[in-house]
Design a protein around this ligand. Structure first.
Ligand code: GAP
Length: 472
């Protein structure tokens, strides 16, 4: 698959593009493999100094759109650990699994539905063991182990993805009183639905939103931070009257699509995917897919979960989770519209969309991340023209001190100005400010725009208000 990275510029192809993004992430402090000094820890990643800023900017944009700018959604921050009964009620202990097969030659453990899918054979994780094994045995001759090429596999088995812990379990036996790290953040919302209802003034329709870590024992975790075993979710559950569910589902579909456009993602790299084979809890399900370097894949899931979750938790906890409608004094179990996005996947989508290689005049070229200013890790970089002129350095520090009160800024006096621009282009800094000898006399600076590379003079006194219009 080939993807044009920028209309006027160099075309970089699928896996080559992913390699370039992975390399930039490591080189420039966006993403590091976990525990790298110990040769890494599979399917877990750390966000470095710029990655942490970008991830936080994504989360802040989500919180603004989903909570701050609405009067019908409240926030929550529930614990990672919950009563194991939550995961029995939710259906995860029994039904949260992926089909696994083992290559008998190299002993790689592989996701059976992915192996089939790679051959264009439809299969998914919602199929029963029997269903998927039937398709598997019909197509065995087409499937090779991606690691050693052998064609000798064990029978498919459903492998539960919940991650177990020994928290509070002193028996020494993890299977005895199993406790789980949460497999999705929304369960924390369902078990607090009544608390929120009783302690705030929300009335149906209303939503509860939260961002937090989730853990899954993913069988094959490839494609960088796309599928990891520890990841962060941004989930919102919207509680509605059953008869209104369709209407609100459509409303949330529109809102979530526009959220990604507001992050600066190009619309041609987004598409909808409707689920035909629904998970046990869903009445309707669509994914927003992004055109990652490895093709269109799920970025966010939107589900009409019906009354499944609150009914299950009512049954298993013995608590009445129905809602008393003050308008007609009737009780009902609310339907839930869920929007569920991953921070890591949004991060990778945003980086893939922004990554750009440009040929410049002469033999020059640059790598530039054309990130929306609201997501850029550093908003403004400040340079003294020369490092060895104390008066320039002092003035540049003065400007830096003014700007850093407003935004995350960086001071850089290392190397020539051209190199400093390239460094900032590579991390997506939208504006660079250079303090030169004219600045000392006239009180103005050169402001350089990342995308156009145009420069203009702006007075130091006007700099904050000038930039405020450009950086949200
Ligand atoms: N509560 C519904 C739920 O968890 P999901 O489709 O399993 O649904 C929702 O996950 C979102 O969470 C996905 O669209 C994706 O962005 C993110 N996600 C899920 N598993 C992930 C993983 N292993 N690594 C990174 N992100 C993941």
């Amino acid at each position: 698959m080939s993807k044009k990275i920028n209309s006027k510029e160099v075309e970089v192809k699928g896996s080559e593009e992913l390699d370039k993004i992975v390399s930039l992430c490591k080189r420039r402090g966006f993403v590091f493999p976990s525990s790298e000094i110990y040769k890494g820890f599979s399917a877990v990643y750390d966000f470095g100094p710029y990655g942490m800023e970008l991830a936080n900017n994504i989360k802040n944009a989500w919180l603004k759109a989903m909570v701050q700018w609405r009067d019908d959604v409240v926030g929550l921050d529930s614990a990672i650990f919950m009563s194991p009964k939550v995961w029995e009620a939710s259906g995860h202990v029994k039904g949260f699994s992926d089909p696994l097969t083992e290559c008998k030659k190299c002993h790689s453990r592989l996701r059976l539905d992915s192996l089939l899918e790679e051959q264009g054979i439809f299969a998914d994780e919602k199929m029963t063991e029997d269903e998927i094994n039937k398709i598997f045995s019909e197509n065995k001759d087409k499937i090779k182990c991606p690691n050693c090429g052998a064609q000798d596999f064990s029978e498919g088995k459903n492998f539960n993805l919940l991650v177990k812990s020994n928290l509070g379990n002193f028996t020494g036996d993890m299977d005895k009183e199993s406790v789980y790290l949460r497999g999705e953040t929304c369960q924390g919302i369902y078990v607090n639905y009544k608390n929120v209802l009783d302690s705030t003034r929300v009335k149906i329709p209303f939503g509860i939103a939260q961002i937090g870590k989730a853990f899954r024992n993913e069988i094959t975790a490839r494609q960088f931070i796309f599928r990891t075993r520890e990841f962060e979710q941004m989930e919102m559950q919207y509680f509605v009257k059953p008869e209104d569910a369709k209407k609100y589902y459509q409303e949330w579909k529109d809102l979530r699509w526009n959220f990604y456009l507001d992050l600066g993602i190009k619309e041609e790299n987004l598409r909808w995917h409707q689920h035909e084979n629904l998970v046990f809890y869903a009445k309707e399900a669509y994914d927003i897919e992004y055109n990652f370097p490895f093709g269109f894949k799920e970025l966010e899931g939107l589900h009409n979960r019906g009354d499944y979750d609150l009914t299950q938790h009512s049954k298993h906890s013995g608590q009445d989770l129905s809602y008393l409608d003050p308008s007609d004094n009737k009780r009902f179990i609310p339907y839930i519209i869920e929007t569920s996005a991953g921070v890591g996947r949004t991060f990778l989508a945003v980086l893939s969309d922004a990554y750009c290689e440009e040929k410049l005049e002469g033999d020059d070229s640059r790598v530039v991340l054309k990130l929306s200013p609201k997501l850029a890790p550093i908003k403004v970089a400040v340079f003294p023209l020369l490092k060895n002129k104390p008066e320039l350095v002092a003035k540049a520090k003065e400007v830096f001190d003014i700007l850093k009160k407003e935004w995350r800024c960086e001071f850089d006096d290392n190397g020539n100005i051209g190199k400093r621009y390239r460094r900032q282009d590579e991390i997506g800094t939208p504006y660079c400010v250079t303090v030169d000898f004219d600045s000392l006399e006239k009180g103005d600076v050169t402001l350089r725009d990342r995308d156009t590379m145009k420069q203009e003079r702006v007075s130091i006194g006007d700099l904050v208000s000038f930039l405020k219009d450009k950086i949200c």
